[in-house]
Design a protein around this ligand. Structure first.
Ligand code: KG4
Ligand code: ZN
Length: 363
């Protein structure tokens, strides 16, 4: 049984995991840098690389210990080679190459977006449910919003890009709107938590009007509408109160947020979440019909969103919809090792010229 060490360092999470040949996750360790970047309201690339450098050795060691696996039992090392922040990618990639060189192991470079898709395939396989092709995959996170068609070809999966964001990624829109309203970083989890307490109909926000490819996404108009809405309100006091809450506890609880968030703001949050969910799912719904997809995969950090999950499972999509568990939705290394399994079986290895590619595409 093959044992693969997966390494992920494309953004602000240093992660390592051991995945076995059948797709069993023996360990999955994620060191988050949220506290480092939180005070700046977003990821600071230079700080991210420095934190990866600090974390990579202990995180890999912990993944091995947790899995009860010795170095010499490993069969391959899989590492994210892109897309992502180049300085961050380089830390994982250089470390992976060093391990492969010293231990004589094959190196497998993985596209981060393909990793997010494999998080779902891995869990579906473990649950014994079949994920039939052709499938659609929506990957929505802080860095990407991509919609792919996945088809089988000569025993492999091939990807066709149907649409992608023309400006902000869905998670980025959450993060920027949360920052604007004083909710801190990352914005998705807190806005998602508060959205059910507001009345989405109370605030009118625009849906994107796309010229050209109707499967592309855009969130900048929505973000601007939220900015205008906030400027039309007298928000200084409530924003100061939320910043004080954040200062007192880095991870405030629902009651703490509700105590400093008036009804009008809750309504705007609910309206924002409803538009983001609609922007994402309308395209998925339409693409599922047009491509006659037999399953839909929704992955990436935004796939944690409770509103998105509820709406996707409401019957509006005409085939089964698969989400990863929250731990495998956000960045992790189990998904990187999982994406490497079919490549390992086919003997598709990389050499040491493998580069960090910040704009690596899939399809
Ligand atoms: O996949 P991920 O960990 O990192 C990237 O590859 O970007 O995704 C992080 C993003 C952040 O923008 C965060 O705000 C968003 O995912 N996110 C959410 C939720 N949880 C995380 N967005 C909406 N609702 C959530 N519950
Ligand atoms: Zn990601």
């Amino acid at each position: 049984m093959a044992l693969i060490l997966g390494i992920e360092s494309s953004c602000d999470e240093t992660a390592a995991a051991i995945v076995a040949g059948e797709g069993e996750v023996l360990s999955s360790v994620v060191a988050s840098q949220i506290e480092t970047h939180g005070r700046y309201g977003g990821v600071v690339p230079e700080l991210a690389s420095r934190e990866h450098l600090r974390a990579i050795v202990p995180v890999v060691r912990e993944a091995l210990t947790e899995a009860g696996v010795e170095w010499n039992a490993l069969n391959a090392v899989a590492v994210t080679s892109g897309p992502g922040l180049v300085g961050s990618l380089l830390v994982g990639l250089t470390y992976a190459k060093a391990v492969c060189l010293v231990r004589g192991l094959p190196l497998i470079g993985i596209n981060h977006i393909e990793g997010h898709i494999h998080a779902v395939i891995l869990e579906a396989r473990l649950a014994g449910s079949s994920l039939e092709l052709p499938a659609l995959a929506l990957v929505a996170s802080g860095g990407h919003t991509h919609l792919f068609e996945i088809m089988p070809k000569s025993g492999k999966m091939v990807y066709r890009l149907l649409g992608k964001t023309r400006d902000d990624a869905a998670g980025e829109a959450y993060d920027k709107v949360a920052k604007l309203l004083g909710f801190g970083y990352p914005g998705g989890p807190v806005l998602d938590l508060l959205a059910p307490f507001g009345e989405a109909d109370a605030v009118r926000l625009p849906m994107a009007k796309m010229k050209g490819n109707a499967m592309d996404f855009s969130f900048s108009g929505l973000k601007t509408a939220m900015l205008r809405w906030s400027q039309s309100q007298d928000m200084a006091e409530e924003i100061a109160a939320r910043r004080a809450v954040l200062k007192a506890s880095p991870k405030p609880k629902l009651e703490q947020w509700l105590a400093v968030t008036p009804r009008a703001t809750l309504n705007a949050v609910a309206a924002f979440q409803r538009v983001v969910v609609e922007e994402l799912l309308r395209r998925v719904e339409r693409a599922a019909e047009e491509t006659e997809a037999r399953s839909v995969i929704i992955s990436g950090g935004v796939a944690c969103n409770a509103g998105l999950r509820a709406s996707a499972h409401s019957g509006r999509i005409n085939c089964p919809v698969f989400f990863p568990t929250p731990h495998l939705s956000t960045d992790n290394a189990a998904m990187i090792a999982a994406a490497a399994l079919p490549k390992y079986e086919r003997g598709e290895f990389d050499d040491f010229t493998l580069k960090a590619q910040s704009n690596l595409t899939l399809a």
